[in-house]
Each structure stands twice: as C-alpha cells, then as structure tokens.
Design a protein around this ligand. Structure first.
Ligand SMILES: Cc1cc2nc3c(=O)[nH]c(=O)nc-3n(C[C@H](O)[C@H](O)[C@H](O)COP(=O)(O)O)c2cc1C
Length: 178
C-alpha cells in the first residue's frame, strides 16, 4: 500500500473485533510513532500502551463514556512533556501538541496498511486519564487512540469526499483569501 492509499482509506473506526494484534504488527505501530518528526527532534513524548481490560474501561469512562473504545485490544495514550518541547513555535507557543499529533497521525496511517482501525480521541477528561494511569501533573495528555481490527470489513472504506470542505474553500494561492 502506498502512502496516498493509506491516507484515502483511513477512517475513524468505532467498533472492533476481539482479534489480538500480533506482536510484530504492534512493534511496527510503535516504530511509526517513534519515527515521527518533532520540532528540533526533541521527541517530547511518552506513549502508554494499554491492554488491560479494566484500565481500558476506565479510560473509556474518562473519555465521556465512549465505551466502544474498550473493545479495541490496545489503547494508545499519547502524553507530552511540555517542558521538553520546542517553546517558540511560530514565535508564540509550544510545539508539544503538534509533535504528538504528528506521531499519532503516523500511527493512524501505518495502521491502515495492517488492516487495523483507529480513532482519534480528543474528548476526555485529562485529570481522570492521569489518575487512571498515574501520569504526573506536569505531563500533558494530548490524545488517546484505540487500535484494533475493525468489527466489519465495511468499516474500512475510502474517505467520503462529500464530508470534506471543497478545495476552493480551503486553498488560496500567493496570499490568504485570494
Ligand atoms: C483531534 C481529534 C479529536 C477527535 N476526537 C474524537 C472523539 O473523542 N471521539 C470520536 O468518536 N471521534 C473523534 N475524532 C474523530 C473525528 O470525528 C473524525 O476524524 C472526523 O469525523 C472525520 O471522519 P474520518 O476520521 O472517518 O475521516 C477526533 C478527531 C480528531 C482529529
């Protein structure tokens, strides 16, 4: 599968089979995270790989009761060290969320090639996630991502073009709004 095919076929999957992820596939997913670029190559991240049923359920509860998340054999919790990240992104801010988002997006695309489904989870109570995983106060929980084989073949399908803003609305040439 080439990169563009992976981009086109990545869809949010919210229903998972109980098929386990083979260790070699999981190792590949970890590489996709680890090989991601980051500002100044600071790699200000830690990824918690959650497989324990009780902990997955507690994370789903912390994610506003998105209970389906716990069906996935693995939930990756992407954590960022703001103090280790580049602090002057655009002259105004930290790169920590961007660094983590790139890594997690690498995971979403690598997953497609392996027939795995993912879904970004941004709706969660950070304090509750931290408490479940004993994450220190100074560490930021940037996102969570369930990872597993989709419950049905129809859940892996190409992007629906009608669910994206039209090209004319989002691209301009040689200036904003032109
Ligand atoms: C930063 C971010 C946070 C998201 N949080 C959630 C979430 O908490 N729960 C959920 O079901 N989907 C979540 N999504 C998935 C989006 O709803 C989904 O990507 C979007 O509707 C487009 O659909 P697609 O991923 O199938 O192309 C999130 C996506 C992003 C990028």
């Amino acid at each position: 599968m080439n990169v563009f095919e992976a981009i086109k076929n990545r869809r949010s999957v919210r229903s998972f089979s109980d098929k386990a992820i083979p260790q070699n596939v999981l190792e590949k997913m970890k590489l996709a995270l680890r090989y991601a670029p980051s500002a100044c190559n600071f790699q200000p991240w830690r990824f918690v790989i959650v497989t324990d049923e009780k902990i997955k359920k507690a994370l789903a509860h912390a994610a506003n009761d998105q209970t389906w998340m716990a069906q996935a054999p693995v939930i990756v919790v992407a954590c960022g060290f703001a103090d280790q990240a580049y602090k002057k992104m655009g002259g105004y801010g930290s790169s920590v969320e961007i660094d983590l988002a790139i890594a997690v997006d690498h995971l979403t695309l690598a997953a497609v090639e392996e027939g795995l489904g993912t879904c970004w989870i941004g709706a969660f109570k950070e304090e509750e996630v931290k408490s479940v995983l004993s994450i220190p106060k100074t560490v930021k929980v940037v996102a969570m991502m369930p990872l597993g084989y989709p419950a049905g073949a129809n859940l892996i399908r190409p992007i629906d073009e009608s669910r994206r803003r039209p090209e004319a609305e989002i691209f301009t040439v040689n200036g904003f709004g032109k």
